[in-house]
Design a protein around this ligand. Sequence first.
Ligand SMILES: *Cc1c(COP(=O)(O)O)cnc(C)c1O
Length: 385
Amino acid sequence: MKDRDILTKLVHSGQTLVTEANEVVEPIYLSATFRQKGFSDLSGYGYARSNNPTREALEHLMEALEGAQRSFGFASGMAAIHAVFSLFQTGDKILILGDVYGGTYDVLNNIFEKYGIKYEVLTETGIEKIEKAITEKVGAIYFETPSNPTLTVHDISKISRLAKAHHILTIVDNTFMSPYLLRPLALGVDIVIESATKYLGGHSDLIGGVVSVRNRELEEKIKEIQAHGGGIMQPFDAYLLIRSIKTLGVRLNQQTASAEKIAVFLSNHEAVAGVHYPGLPTDKGYEIQMRQAKNGGGMISFEMNENYDMEKFFDSLQLLIVGGSLGSVETLISHPVSTSHDNVPDKWKQALGITDRLIRISVGLEAADDIIADIEQAFKAARIH
Ligand SMILES: *Cc1c(COP(=O)(O)O)cnc(C)c1O
């Protein structure tokens, strides 16, 4: 049968285990343990840290969406990232391309550094610069595209080809896009991470993470880390995610349409020094973004001009919610340099463009005109001269 469209998979690929009740919705299995078939028979579900039917339904849904050999549900995006970095050994080095989620630097600095796993942040990410940085110690190239918070686009096919030639892994944190807009495994990536807290969950009411892998070898390793590390996704969260993912496509279609309008509004506004949105034809990442992803997505960042007061701007917003997180039904706005990216060393902040004037917006499902009106009135209030 012809492979079905992703819109269809979003709705139907989460029902894997229909019981005698013929349910339409995957049940929530809360059982912490399962009866063995015999005293020494460990086939079947066994103990729920290793395997749980509701979590498994979510994992199979994610496999269908990402085109993965296997997907694994974790307690958070950070637990997923922690599991992936646990693949490496003392002496290994991970190349990080440009800016990534603030917590990713934190887990490397605060946990993996102690184990002798090193990383290097490349502030210039042209393919020649990456190739030059691949020394014998490098075990993986790790990146986000578009990145957080500067929305920089990286060419996934090109980078994973380079990694393959050097026999190292390519790892992509796909949280900003979700598998509805971008499927990195199909472009040669080995491991995809999603913070399910964001677009997959979409309603600011759960924390979760997913790791998806392209081959059996990685499947076995991540399975081991998931079962023995124990940072698993809980059944109720898996149920909520299956429910949320059914509307991922309609949500992102609307969020993208609004983001395109808001990006144009910002580009034309005198309060704005620069807009980063890979769905704008003038954006430096536009061409690659359109080649590898469905569209520009729902995240925008921009620099506000010096003659506008930052605090006044944020304090004046009435509809937009000032806060961390992203990908939700409500529009969220943040000041990365003082919040999510506070811990990034200053030398990188400057080089990467995570400046004092940078503002990040996660576009929600409100009417685009209402979002624009709120930003407009806050600009007016924030104007100094
Ligand atoms: C939020 C986020 C994470 C961390 O996920 P949690 O679910 O908060 O642990 C990782 N990567 C990106 C890009 C994120 O936005």
